[in-house]
Design a protein around this ligand. Structure first.
Ligand code: NAD
Ligand code: ZN
Length: 310
């Protein structure tokens, strides 16, 4: 990347930040500001985020705030950040009290992806990205589900044509929905949270250790599909189909170990999507459609949690 930028007569400087969600903090962003100052970046400079979602979210936030905002470019290097985190302009950091609690909407000028970087991505990170791809299939493009039903991870790792198909379809869906509802005010963007109310609760109650994000939202999507069956807006055979697909990709559909249900409830009511304490879920409707539901009767929800082992 540095060589490429130099050959285009830019003079890039390199800033390296420590790896992992634990470092997605204001403290790390502050080290970025200082490196920007030392490199004499001004308002005509730009930041380039080369890395996964953690790097993208923090670089974006630094760009949104350094000198009141400078341009930035996303170069996502994980499947998850290619299909999700790098698109849509949500930037930010975590607080000890919770994930993504401080941030800004700040759109990247460009999102550049080079699929060849995925060669070194560990299998578990591939799977976590595939969980988001399944989400797009479920809410917007059934064709994606059919592709994923006919291949496995080994084949996807090998075949650049399939990677390109899956990444570009997913990225387009995300970009389309975000451009319809950039700041999540009309309800369109909210549909991208399919499986995430349950998923975020699972991640937070298990202390972000047991499950990757993709694993947690897989259980969450299985729960959302089961809830939809109970609301008579989804068919049970489609739940089975979905669960087989998750299993094919090594993604869980039930909690590996029960989690205290009371804490799951608490975590769900703290979710950003819960308006004035009322739960809000996105459920699949079949054929690549989804919708938000509120006022779900308590016993239905309780049954659903039980069914996925929570
Ligand atoms: N802004 C958004 O809209 C949005 C959406 C979804 C997720 N996110 C955020 O994204 C983050 C998760 O992103 P992620 O899943 O990319 O995690 P990540 O950035 O932590 O990357 C996962 C791991 O893969 C490594 N890695 C990255 N690229 C690699 C490559 N090509 N080869 C080998 N290893 C590589 C990283 O060093 C890291 O250890 C979370 O902080 C989440 O909140 C943001
Ligand atoms: Zn997600």
């Amino acid at each position: 990347l540095l060589a490429g930028l130099r050959s285009e007569r830019f003079s890039p400087r390199l800033a390296v930040i420590p790896d992992g969600e634990a470092h997605k903090t204001l403290k790390t962003v502050q080290t970025l500001y200082i490196q920007c100052l030392k490199s004499r970046l001004d308002r005509r400079s730009a930041l380039v985020a080369l890395g996964g979602g953690v790097v993208g979210d923090m670089t974006g936030f630094a760009a949104a705030t350094y000198m009141r905002g400078i341009p930035f470019v996303q170069c996502p290097t994980t499947l998850l950040s290619m299909v999700d985190a790098s698109i849509g302009g949500k930037t930010g950091v975590d607080l000890p009290e919770g994930k993504n609690l401080v941030g800004a909407f700040w759109q990247p000028r460009r999102v550049w992806m080079d699929l060849s970087v995925l060669k070194t991505l560990p299998d578990r990170e591939w799977r976590t990205g595939v969980a988001e791809v399944i989400k797009y299939g479920l809410m917007a493009d059934e064709g994606i589900l059919r592709i994923l039903e006919s291949i496995d991870l080994a084949e996807l790792r090998r075949r650049a044509d399939l990677q390109e198909d899956i990444v570009s379809r997913s990225a387009r869906i995300k970009a389309r929905i975000v451009s319809e509802d950039e700041k999540e005010t009309s309800g369109r963007r909210e549909l991208l949270n399919l499986g995430h109310t349950f998923g975020h609760a699972i991640e937070s109650v298990s202390g972000y250790k047991t499950y990757t994000h993709g694993e947690a939202i897989s259980i969450g999507m299985a729960a959302a599909a089961r809830l939809s069956v109970r609301l008579k807006t989804f068919r049970s055979p489609d739940v089975r189909r979905l669960e087989l697909l998750f299993q094919r990709w090594g993604l869980p559909v039930r909690a590996r170990r029960p989690l205290p249900r009371k804490r799951i409830w608490e975590a769900m009511s703290r979710d950003k999507k819960a308006f004035s304490g009322r739960f809000r879920f996105i459920v699949p409707l079949g054929r690549g459609r989804a919708r938000a539901v509120t006022r779900v009767p308590f016993p239905l929800l309780n049954q659903t949690l039980k069914e996925v082992g929570l």
